[in-house]
Design a protein around this ligand. Structure first.
Ligand code: AMP
Length: 303
């Protein structure tokens, strides 16, 4: 079992879906990632919060395998994001993004983080992703996420990150945009040429598509009768995926396949409630039950 270091946003989120609202709840890409991955291994968190991030907010990390020594607390306000979802939860409008303390954030890895073998660079400025990467000594497996904002705004910095990572975990729209290619299979192949040998493409409620040496592995999304809030589903997927990989002795194709299901299982638990609540309630028992449910959902015999 290996530890993972992750860098990304720790946030106060406000979310409105057709089923309700949550206001100023703890969120952020690195938060979802860390909580999800901590079900499988030790997670070292690098990020920044403001003075408004009180003890009660930090409780989401307590009692889990999450080391917050790399989470800086500085004067100012914590990153804030507000999103509103459409009727089918597939469309989301960002109402605001307030970088706040992230504007002047410089990641500094505590010494004990520098030899971490697994690295996940959550969605932040690619220059910051590179800064973290340069502080880790010869990592074994590096994965990153990104978003349209960086694909458009900082393409050169993003390309520098792509050259240094093993896996890119992004959604299908972003894969198309990054590759300039509407076919998602061709987009995956084109992105592989930019650096990452492994592409993990998240397709929201439709599941995940992952490249493999012999082609692709695809898993559907779990059909759920209650979906309250998809916020953080992508980061939760990444946490389950990386957590599973880091807990395995080797990163074989078989392990990658199960890791994709682990990510899908955790994401399916996370979207059943608002904010982090679904994920915080998860346990090895419920995760295992979802794992089995994915097997039943996808298994068939060829006669
Ligand atoms: P997802 O639903 O996977 O896109 O992730 C949503 C999470 O990402 C929320 O908890 C937000 O706080 C965080 N987030 C939204 N926009 C940004 C951004 N520009 N940079 C970093 N984190 C963000």
């Amino acid at each position: 079992m290996h530890p993972i270091v992750t860098v990304g946003s720790v946030a106060f989120d406000s979310v409105k879906t057709p089923f309700g609202e949550a206001s100023r709840v703890v969120g952020g890409a690195a938060t979802y990632f860390a909580v999800a991955a901590s079900f499988f291994t030790d997670v070292r968190l690098v990020g920044v919060v403001g003075e408004d991030f009180a003890e009660e907010h930090a409780r989401v990390f307590a009692g889990r395998r999450i080391d917050t020594a790399g989470l800086q607390r500085v004067p100012g306000e914590t990153f804030r994001w507000k999103g509103e979802y459409g009727f089918d939860l597939n469309t989301r409008e960002t109402i605001y993004t307030r970088l706040n303390v992230f504007e002047r954030f410089r990641p500094v890895l505590p010494d004990e983080y520098r030899s971490t073998p697994f690295v996940f660079l959550a969605n932040i400025h690619p220059a910051l992703q590179t800064e973290v990467l340069t502080q880790v000594e010869r990592p074994r497996f590096v994965a990153a996420d990104t978003m349209d904002y960086w694909i458009e705004g900082t393409p050169e910095e993003l390309r520098a990150v792509l050259r240094r990572i093993d896996a890119l975990v992004i959604n299908d729209e972003e894969a198309r945009q990054l590759a300039g290619e509407s076919n998602v299979v061709k987009a995956a192949r084109a992105i592989q040429k930019l650096g990452p040998r492994l592409l993990v493409i998240k397709r929201g409620e439709h599941g995940v598509l992952m490249t493999r040496d012999d082609g692709f592995f695809a898993a559907p999304g779990m059909p759920l009768d209650t979906v309250m809030d998809p916020t953080g589903a992508g980061d939760t997927f990444a946490g389950g995926f990386m957590g599973y990989l880091a807990s395995a002795p080797e990163t074989t194709d078989e392990v990658l396949t199960r890791a994709a299901i682990a990510g899908s299982a955790l994401a399916s638990l996370a979207v059943e409630d608002f904010g982090l609540d679904g994920l915080l309630r998860a346990s090895s028992k419920t995760i295992n039950q979802r794992f089995q449910a994915f097997k039943r959902l996808t298994h068939f015999e060829v006669l």
